[in-house]
Design a protein around this ligand. Structure first.
Ligand SMILES: [Zn+2]
Length: 289
């Protein structure tokens, strides 16, 4: 199976220099994240369908996998727990996972919810409850980066399995309150399809045109457009821009009706439009080059 990302992004420095962050392509389009405490050499794997690439990377870096941070219980996120269990490696690990799904998470030792902290070595992450994709979904926030699972994606957001839209809207708004330079470490490389949709509703946004040009070049080389920064998401993610004149005009041009207000209604209608089929007729050739 060939991963869409052949050349992972990074590594990155996080937590004011105390941590190192590695992107780990997993499965077909999943992106795992290895968070390393520079002081102790301990490492946390954040989600993923498999464990092999994490173990290989730890060996190459000379660090110890001691921890898992799970955002939610979909199979392509807790698959790495199952894989480590098969290898006899899970029982020695600390596994931080959503409290509401602790029993559904193999090896969970530390059920966490809003306001708790997840650790690896001397590093510590705030746990935020980010419902909308799946009930109980959590995000891990460290200085300089957020691991937001399937809540916010680069230029998009997760599918609303549990919803309701208002819960996802609230989660996205809160994530978007993080500082500009925060790395958005989501769990899939879905950037291109998300940008195609963004262009349908926000073609008058010059920052989006620029992001599409840049992303096209990165992806053509087998690179990854993840992580983005929160500043980039605020400027170009259509699900954060439902009240912008540009998105409102784009939505109206595409659907021949006005986008609702306030922002939570606009979000709901934008998500519904993306879940439908009509926008898919827009081809790559119509996007900025
Ligand atoms: Zn999911």
């Amino acid at each position: 199976m060939t991963h869409v990302v052949r050349r992972p992004a990074g590594p990155f420095v996080i937590a004011d220099g105390a941590g190192e962050l590695h992107q780990v392509p997993l499965g077909e389009d999943n992106l795992g994240w290895l968070v390393v405490c520079r002081e102790t050499g301990e490492a946390a794997a954040v989600d993923g369908p498999e464990a092999g690439p994490y173990l290989a990377l730890c060996e190459r870096l000379g660090v110890r996998l001691t921890t898992i941070w799970n955002t939610h219980t979909h199979g392509d996120h807790i698959g790495c727990n199952r894989d480590l269990a098969r290898r006899g490696r899970l029982s020695s690990l600390r596994v931080f996972a959503p409290a509401g799904a602790a029993l559904a998470t193999p090896g969970c030792t530390d059920p966490v919810d809003e306001g708790d902290r997840a650790t690896v070595g001397r590093l510590s992450a705030e746990v935020w409850r980010t419902d909308g994709h799946l009930d109980g979904h959590v995000s891990f926030v460290v200085p300089g980066a957020v691991f937001c699972g399937d809540t916010m994606f680069t230029a998009g957001c997760g599918y609303l399995f549990d919803g309701p839209p208002a819960a996802m809207h609230q989660s996205l708004r809160r994530l978007a309150s993080l500082p500009d330079a925060t790395l958005v470490c989501c769990a899939h490389e879905y950037t291109w399809s998300n940008l195609r949709f963004a262009w349908v509703v926000d073609a008058a946004n010059p920052a989006l045109a620029e992001r599409i040009r840049r992303s096209r070049a990165v992806l053509a080389e087998g690179g990854s457009c993840v992580p983005s920064t929160m500043a980039e998401e605020r400027a170009t993610n259509p699900f954060l821009r439902g009240m912008s004149p540009s998105v409102r005009a784009g939505f109206q041009a595409h659907t021949v009706r006005a986008l609702g207000e306030p922002d939570v209604v606009a979000f709901t209608e934008l998500r519904a439009l993306k879940d439908g089929a009509t926008w898919r007729s827009v081809s790559d050739a119509e996007l900025p080059t």
